[in-house]
Design a binder for this molecule. Structure first.
Ligand code: GRG
Length: 282
């Protein structure tokens, strides 16, 4: 129990630090800055930047350069949420307990605020690499990040979700691997790469992100099990029972923990993070 409380304190510290940095990115008085800042500061667990820095810290000291990659990843995640909420996509009114960006600022501004976050994300990375003359591993990390955010990853997964030609549970899982796991596994992979981990460690870190992402997404489906069925949303619930979904979450999270043991580092925070994510109730 005590350990879990320590974990929560540690997580809050990391989240507050990230929140502070994120809140300083868009400070103008214009509507685009205001909408971009709103999207970034209305909450969020900051899971992906926390993972990136945690994985880096297994292998090295976390520098400002690494921190900037973490911030950049959170910007991409937030752009995807703004666009995912749009009337032409999920048409959501609320996000993180607040009005979605399009409900507050209008759809035109929301589209552009999403674009703005995406561009700022790459601006931060390129700027960090150029002004500090960083080595090739940063360039590779930036390239992996852009690839997984695009058609081969998150956007490809979103398209699969929208066009919806699922014939089996595996088709749904494939879509989850791209849509939800993409940014989560790249967080772990980029953290390991920038930490100068070995090839084997990078590959284990990436696998950790993938199985954690699957456990996280299926847990999300479990939380919305009844509602999704009622509104006809296709999730894993259409292909398997609640009990079997719970077994899947357990299996994926057990594999995540096995990987942490295989890494042979001090992974106690990550172990607790796995439990925190699969026992969350919202
Ligand atoms: C529109 C290009 C484009 C992509 C959208 C990732 C994505 C693709 C959509 C998100 C859809 C969604 C709600 C998936 C379920 C997984 C999930 C719970 C995502 C929300 O991530 P959290 O919980 O969000 O990390 P916070 O608010 O904590 O940042």
């Amino acid at each position: 129990m005590k350990k879990f409380n320590d974990f929560k304190v540690e997580l809050n510290k990391k989240q507050n630090d990230l929140n502070e940095k994120l809140s300083r990115i868009f400070n103008g008085n214009d509507i685009l800055s205001s909408a971009s800042n709103y999207a970034l500061t209305i909450g969020g667990k900051r899971l992906r930047p926390v993972l990136l820095m945690e994985f880096a810290s297994l292998f090295t000291e976390v520098t400002d350069y690494i921190y900037n990659f973490a911030i950049s990843l959170e910007l991409i995640h937030n752009y995807s949420l703004i666009h995912d909420d749009l009337p032409s996509m999920d048409d959501d009114e609320f996000r993180r307990g607040n009005l979605t960006v399009h409900k507050k600022y209008g759809e035109d501004i929301a589209v552009l605020a999403g674009d703005n976050l995406l561009n700022k994300s790459y601006e931060i990375i390129f700027d960090t690499m150029a002004t500090n003359n960083l080595d090739r591993k940063y360039i590779f990390a930036a390239s992996y990040l852009s690839k997984i955010s695009g058609q081969e990853g998150m956007i490809g997964g979103q398209i699969a979700d929208i066009t919806n030609k699922f014939e089996s549970m595996n088709d749904i899982l494939d879509m989850y691997v791209k849509k939800t796991c993409g940014l989560i596994k790249i967080a772990c992979k980029v953290g390991a790469i920038l930490g100068n981990a070995t090839e084997k460690e990078v590959s284990l870190s990436e696998e950790f992100g993938e199985v954690l992402g699957l456990a996280f997404q299926i847990q999300d489906d479990i939380l919305d099990y009844e509602e999704d069925k009622n509104i006809g949303k296709i999730t894993i619930a259409n292909y398997t029972s609640l009990e079997e979904s719970e077994i899947l979450v357990r299996n994926y999270s057990n594999r995540a923990k096995e990987i942490l043991v295989e890494l042979k580092k001090d992974t106690s925070f990550l172990e607790e993070l796995v439990d925190y994510l699969i026992t969350r109730k919202y």
